[in-house]
Design a protein around this ligand. Sequence first.
Ligand SMILES: Cc1cc2nc3c(=O)[nH]c(=O)nc-3n(C[C@H](O)[C@H](O)[C@H](O)COP(=O)(O)OP(=O)(O)OC[C@H]3O[C@@H](n4cnc5c(N)ncnc54)[C@H](O)[C@@H]3O)c2cc1C
Length: 222
Amino acid sequence: MKALIVYWHPEPRSFNHAMLVSAQKALIGSGWDVIVSDLHAMQFDPASSRANFRSVKDPDYLKLQIEEMHATEVGGFSEELAAEMEKLESCDLMIWQFPLWWFGLPAVLKGWVDRVFAMGRIYGGGRIYDQGVFRGKRALLSLTTGGPAEAYVQGGFNGDIHAILRPIQRGMLQFVGFDVLAPQIVYAPVRMSDQERQSELERFKERLSTIAGEAPIHVGHY
Ligand SMILES: Cc1cc2nc3c(=O)[nH]c(=O)nc-3n(C[C@H](O)[C@H](O)[C@H](O)COP(=O)(O)OP(=O)(O)OC[C@H]3O[C@@H](n4cnc5c(N)ncnc54)[C@H](O)[C@@H]3O)c2cc1C
C-alpha cells in the first residue's frame, strides 16, 4: 500500500517536520511505501498560471478549467503537475501535514490543491463526492495550531475545529472522492514541554501503525 504525505512548513526544525518524520517512520515500519511531497523543499509555486500547462486550448483568454480539461485530453500538464497528479493517483492514503494558518491551509498547500486538483483529470463530468475519482482512497489532515484545544470547541473563542476544517475535508478531499479519516490535531505545541511534544509524536506513530484498518468519519454540516 502506498501513502503520499504532502507537507508544508518553511522550517526544517519545526514541530511539523518532526510530525512528518514520525509519520514516515511509522508507516514504513508498518509496510507502507511512503512518498513525500515537501512543498517548501520543492519550492512549489502555488500560483496557477499558463505554467500549469504545456498545451494551449485558447491562447487569448486563460480559463483554467477549460485548459485543465484540454490538458487532460492531450497530456498537456506541466511536468511538475503531472508528477504530483501521478503521486495522488497511485496512493491509497494521503496525509496533509501543516500548521493551521488563518483558520485554513497555508498558501503553498492551498496552491498545491488549486493546481493539482484539475478539472477533467481529478474531478468533473459527474465524478465528484461519492462518484469521485478517488473513491476508495483515504485522506487524513494532520495539523498543528497556535491556539489551545479549549479555544477550538463550540462556544470557544475560535469555534469548533471541525467546522473550521469542513471546507478542506468536504470541499477538497471528499469533493474528489476521498474518504476522510479523523484529523490528527496537535494543539499549541509551542506551549508544551518537550516531553509532551514527544508524547504527541508517539501518539501519531501509534495511530499510523494501525491506520490501514481505521474507519472514515462523517463530515458534518455545522
Ligand atoms: C501566518 C500565520 C497564521 C496563523 N494562523 C493561525 C490560526 O488561524 N490559528 C491558530 O491556532 N494558529 C495560527 N497560527 C499559529 C500556527 O498554527 C502555529 O505557530 C503552528 O501550528 C505551530 O507549529 P510549528 O510546527 O510551526 O511549531 P514550532 O514552533 O516549529 O515548534 C514548536 C516547538 O516544538 C519543538 N520541536 C521541534 N521538533 C521537535 C521534536 N522532534 N520533539 C520535541 N519538540 C520539537 C520546537 O523546537 C519548538 O520549540 C498562525 C501562524 C502564522 C505564522
